[in-house]
Design a protein around this ligand. Sequence first.
Ligand code: ZN
Length: 1099
Amino acid sequence: MAAFVPPPGAPRPNNNSNTPPPPPPNYNAQRYPDSLSDNMQNLNLNRQQQPPIMPNAAPRPSPFGQPPPFPGASAPYSRPGPPSARPAAPPQGTFPPGTAAVRPTGPPPGQSSPFGSRPPPPGSFPPGVAPTPAPASSPFQRTGMPSGQVSMPPAPSSGPGPFSGGQAVPPTGAPGRMSNGPPAFGSGAVPGGPRFPPPGNLSQPLVGPPPPPTSVAPPRTPTMHSVLGGPTPPGSIAQQAPPFSSGPQGMRPPPPGSPYSPQSWPMQQGQVPPPPQFPGSAPPPQYPGSSPPPQYPGSAQPPRMYGMPPQPLPNQSMTTISSAGSQTGTPVGSSKIDPNQIPRPGPSSSVLLHETRQGNQANPPPPATSDYIVRDNGNCSPRYMRCTINQIPCTADFLTTSGMPLALLVEPFALTHPSEEPIQVVDFGESGPVRCSRCKGYINPFMKFIDQGRQFICNLCGFTDETPRDYHCNLGPDGRRRDADDRPELCRGTVEFVASKEYMVRDPMPAVYFFLIDVSMNAIQTGATAAACSAIHQVIADLPEGPRTMVGIATFDSTIHFYSLKRVEQPLMLIVPDVQDVYTPLETDVVVQLSKCRQHLEDLLGRIPTMFQTSKTAESAFGAAIKAAFLAIKSTGGKLLVFQSVLPSTGIGALSAREAEGRANISSTEKEPNKLLQPVDKTLKTLAIEFAEYQVCVDLFITTQSYMDIASISVIPRTTGGQVYYYYPFSAVTDPAKLYNDLRWNVTRPQGFEAVMRVRCSQGIQVQEYFGNFCKRIPTDVDLPGIDCDKTIMVTLKHDDKLQDGSECSFQCAVLYTTLYGQRRIRVITLSLPCTSMLSNLFRAADLDTQFSCYMKQATNEITSSPLVRVREQMTNLCISSLLSYRKFCATVSSSGQLILPEALKLLPLYTLALIKSTGLRTDGKIDERSFWINHVFSLSVPLAVPLVYPRMVAVHNLDIKKDGDESPIPPVIPLSSEHVSDDGIYLLENGEDCLIYIGSLVDSGTLQQLFGVNTADELPTQFVLQQHDNSLSKKLNDVVNEIRRQRCSYLRMKLCKKGDPSGAFFLSHLVEDQSPHGPSYVEFLVHVHRQIQIKMAS
Ligand SMILES: [Zn+2]
């Protein structure tokens, strides 16, 4: 074909495919005979006459000769093991009673399901890559480390871990007797409990050691085995339980308009939602054989009307809100809107079973924020990929008319529910997976086999291809291949292929971790350095086992200090003083197999804080340090984990405290783009692109008490598939536990290295843009030096042709990646949705959580380049335009006095209001907080998008009151309005990042005593650490916090807020339904939206 699109994995245009793969790293390549000085502690590494040559120094375009269009691989790597005390996972197939009722019945007993007939997992993979050669001896002289002055913290395993139930002793100087609560998950026999400030029993996600890599000879013929779950070959991990647990998710924001939730609203104060039902208490799930299709949201339910009697509309569910019987253009009196009748998230529903297809039709997924169990029967799980609309508009004009966005939100490594079937791994041997020879799309359940199975028609490009001879199979009477149900690639929406040699230009990279720690005066004095060293020390035990795991470490202030870890005796410090033109010591000395240097590394980490204890160096050569660390690992690629505490002030990439300029100019920041939210220049971006080319992923842990210019430095993680963690203002009392937990999750969560991702669409639709944390060098692919379960990529779509009504449109995301254990995989995620030319279908198929997530990402993209007022206006207009379209073309209610909302989008105004009032779209916060927020949203997953702006609030003063039948420790959510916050109450509010505990002014001292061990709120320290006291109320509060951390996969930062002081005002500013300086009340906003719709209807 003329327009040949290079397959993912095919040579990139700018890459010479004939270039031989880079040779394996040569550890003996260079020596620097003259580069050592004899200084003990400050061994200056002077620049060589000839710069050190790093093996494979030439930028490697991509690990694959060709950009694999598909990124893919799931990592069975380090997936956290289930917390020991975690609630039992629902048995597969078990549903809550309520769920089963609406589900189709399963096949008669004895009838085999496609799952039952699958061959057992072979369980073996191609042998891993050979261990890297042992590094040659270092040319550097060794210098003894200062000894005797460092008091090493107790070995990690000896102290109470945040996860272990032991009593923790607060660090000296800690104000309190508060600890972070009970061991979250059981008594942890977790290796490496935190040894650094154990604030008590920290509740923490438990993560088990990664399963050992599996090794097996690749079958010649396609075979498959399960990567995770179920019959799981040892060592597979791909789907793992959420790090922090896995039980049913408690009270997630109720699925708006979901057919799954019995009652979506109105929720009144004091009203107790029906107890959520959890798996385990229900009959086993029954799977449909040929049962009736499930009901779709909005499709079959009676319309819910507010303020008026229900008016059944065929195929439409909607919400109407009566306001004054105003004329068009007349302000609607807000007094006419009953605050108790406006749409709000309902109580969470029980766990739902979601079948991705039924009756050969796509089944719209439950809301992303709900708790569900997926059964993949053709379409991918919505956890991996979901579309803003579950039907695809036939034309671009039609999409425009709807006012809705068309985009995919892809989270290729998303955590799954423990009851879900693991992703199947398929090995086609040396020939690799079957693909369309024109578009290079991967074989999937929607490729249609014809001509007795000899040919197949690609569902992406329409091309008719020959079936490879050894893949031929006859068709059954239903036109499907007879083996379709036995082959995961023909019956599952998500599969993983073992990559053949053609997908590699070199051996899959080893797991390389390089730690870079700020030891400038501020970092030392605030305890940030000690916290970082402690966290790393504890996490070493969680790094993947095996000869392919390499580590390195360096510290920096105004110079960079590497450490040679391969010495038999003490580590040697190697100083790089030149921070303008950086070089690095011999790689083989500073990046060493973990198994060969573990003790040295641990000793060193114990000494670093004291080694620099008396340092007066305030400057930070951050840019030079990351460049030098990059040079140390560029021959392999790997993860660079940076702990940074002060603004980079010297050397390459130095920044100025430009925040000061902005402060004087606050009033103008709403009228023009805020430059402080943009990177100051291209220096760091250029560096980041180079990092990405060499597969180096950078994560930044910012432990600071001052301005850091996150807008500039976050470019590095964003471009390399990394992440920013922000601890501001850093507290040596409360933050080390979070730092440790964040780091641990970072290295143990499901992830992949050196990945490339591409999304393909059926003819008529094409990818417009990718949005997320990656590097893009060619239009069709995104490069992901690192990809993990917390990263989501938005893919916006556009029409390039008309689609046929009634046909289906497919989307396929392929991710080629390397597992932690050095296996090359291609994860392929396929979704096929119906096309429609009926507007009412589009509204019925609208996915609110996904659309809103899309709007948030769009807003973050605008904030840095548009005036804030315009961004807020734009977000409001996006909300209005879809509601207007619905009002104009779908609603049958004619009264202009009613605001009519499509059922599926009835919470859009509330979420839009919340977005307008969010940290990123406000000017009262610190510029770094806004930059962090923006950066966070960039890769934020759909389930976490809504809570970030519309947090969950619950009352905790009355947790003791028994709720019958409710197994979730989290009480019912309360609307975010101050009228629901009483002075004699204590409330917890969390958004997935922060957890605020608010204490009213009239709280009973007995309650305070039980929860916090004090008689008045005044006695509580500012630096608050939640502790568990010996009473049931305190225990329940700790249970709530632990459950939230588990659900969010985040060790939330706790903040104590008291009525009457600034912290109280801070808490109240999160009540987005209230009128505030940042925006109108919810009722006022609805009135505004309604009025705008009326005006537009009349014009
Ligand atoms: Zn094709």
